[in-house]
Design a protein around this ligand. Structure first.
Ligand code: GUN
Length: 292
């Protein structure tokens, strides 16, 4: 069994990005600039955005954090999005989700200029991904593809089962795994809460990607001997022994599943660190105006 070290790969990719940025700047080019909008004080969102700002620093990007209280109006937020769309110094930006219930996330996403949508959430980017055109790809699935690539995991013709059909992980993951590419070329099944025979589907998977947000859902008897298991789960489970008061818990019961796998990602330290690195890769693309 090989443990997929997302932390180490993410450090390596950040180094590669930083070297490319140094090269761009040395040649008189512009340092890529990522802006992030954070609404309210949700603990998870605060942590993620702080990590994104820190990663920008490591990669040599300029970053700007724009904060609003949770009573900001939808119109005020949309006005800021339009301002960032028009700001030539900002190459790409994100609006951290979730947003308060009085603001339409879809409206916000669709107001972002797709050429600056480094999250890859805009319908133009999602549509382009589905037909294999250049686009910004959603961070978590793109990070998983990078891990499969760097570990040279063979996906061609393999049965890939994805648990979860979210717009930001399950669906784009399915698109990427089925596309004619390396990694890719897999036979993809997407399972969700209404799937019949979900256990049998999992048992047949050569590559199992668990992204439904249910801690310890995948047990040893659901996994084929020699399978590749990718755990996207990051549920905060209360833990009195942790300083933070919680333990980040994956969708896979790691201890019993790991011995059966050829490759497996741990939680934390697997997919998580790659997600932020994918955003950095998209920001570099934005800086280079590679998506238009
Ligand atoms: N909330 C959880 N994940 C993400 C993400 O990748 N991007 C944004 N903008 N919000 C999120």
């Amino acid at each position: 069994m090989t443990l997929i070290d997302g932390k180490a790969v993410s450090e390596q990719v950040k180094k590669e990005i930083a070297a490319e940025v140094a090269d761009i700047v040395a040649k008189g080019g512009k340092r890529p600039h990522l802006a992030a909008i954070l609404v309210g004080h949700d603990g998870g969102s605060e942590t993620y955005v702080a990590a994104k700002v820190k990663a920008c620093e490591v990669c040599g990007f300029k970053s700007t954090l724009i904060r609003y209280e949770s009573d900001v109006t939808e119109e005020e937020l949309l006005a800021k999005v339009r301002e960032l769309n028009a700001d030539a110094d900002v190459d790409g930006f994100i609006v951290q989700l979730p947003l308060p219930p009085h603001i339409s996330e879809q409206k916000v996403i669709e107001t972002i200029d797709y050429r600056k949508d480094v999250d890859g959430f805009h319908p133009i980017n999602v549509g382009r991904l589905s037909i294999g055109l250049p686009c910004y790809i959603s961070a978590t699935p793109n990070g998983i593809m990078e891990l499969l690539r760097r570990y040279q995991i063979d996906t061609r013709g393999k049965k890939c089962v994805i648990l979860g059909r979210s717009n930001i992980v399950g669906k784009p993951m399915a698109m990427l795994m089925m596309q004619k590419a390396v990694p890719g070329d897999a036979t993809v099944t997407v399972c969700h809460s209404r799937s019949k025979d979900l256990v049998r589907e999992c048992q047949e998977a050569d590559i199992l990607i668990a992204a439904m947000g249910q801690p310890n859902f995948v047990k040893a008897d659901m996994v084929k001997e020699g399978a590749v298991v990718i755990d996207v789960g990051t549920t905060r489970v209360p833990d009195a022994f942790k300083k933070s008061g919680f333990k980040l818990t994956g969708d896979v019961k790691f201890d019993e599943v790991a011995p059966k796998c050829s490759y497996i990602t741990p939680v934390p330290g697997g997919v998580g660190p790659m997600t932020i690195v994918s955003l950095m890769k998209n920001t570099l693309l934005a800086g280079k105006k590679a998506i238009y």
